[in-house]
Design a protein around this ligand. Structure first.
Ligand code: TYC
Length: 98
């Protein structure tokens, strides 16, 4: 197509926004049931899937809860951390570009 917009192709002006993994970190104190509740409440997992992810974090040290655009990932991290602090749990949640 002779009319392809050259600048758009060469400068990638329409590249999609980057995505971020929301990652849960293991600790020795947060109760397993609380982590399952967090995964159900903030990441819309059913109880079975939430339990699988919680156990993966418990055994391997960390695990991915989901992948989102930057602002959504940041909001989820804030919600999880403040919910954990409200309940006096040290649960840590971070984000990382994919
Ligand atoms: N390791 C915690 C315990 O034994 C459970 C746990 C799982 C904590 C996942 C945090 O992200 C976490 N009670």
């Amino acid at each position: 197509d002779q009319l392809t917009p050259v600048r758009e192709v060469e400068e990638s002006r329409v590249k999609p926004p980057p995505l971020y993994k929301v990652i849960l970190l293991n600790d020795d104190y947060t109760p397993m049931d609380f982590v399952v509740l967090v995964l159900q409440r903030f990441f819309h997992m059913d109880r079975e899937r939430a339990t699988q992810v919680m156990l993966k974090v418990h055994r391997e040290g960390l695990g991915v809860c989901g992948v989102f655009p930057k602002d959504i990932a940041a909001t989820k991290v804030d919600l999880v951390v403040s919910f954990a602090r409200q309940h006096q749990h040290p649960l840590q949640c971070v984000m990382e570009e994919t």
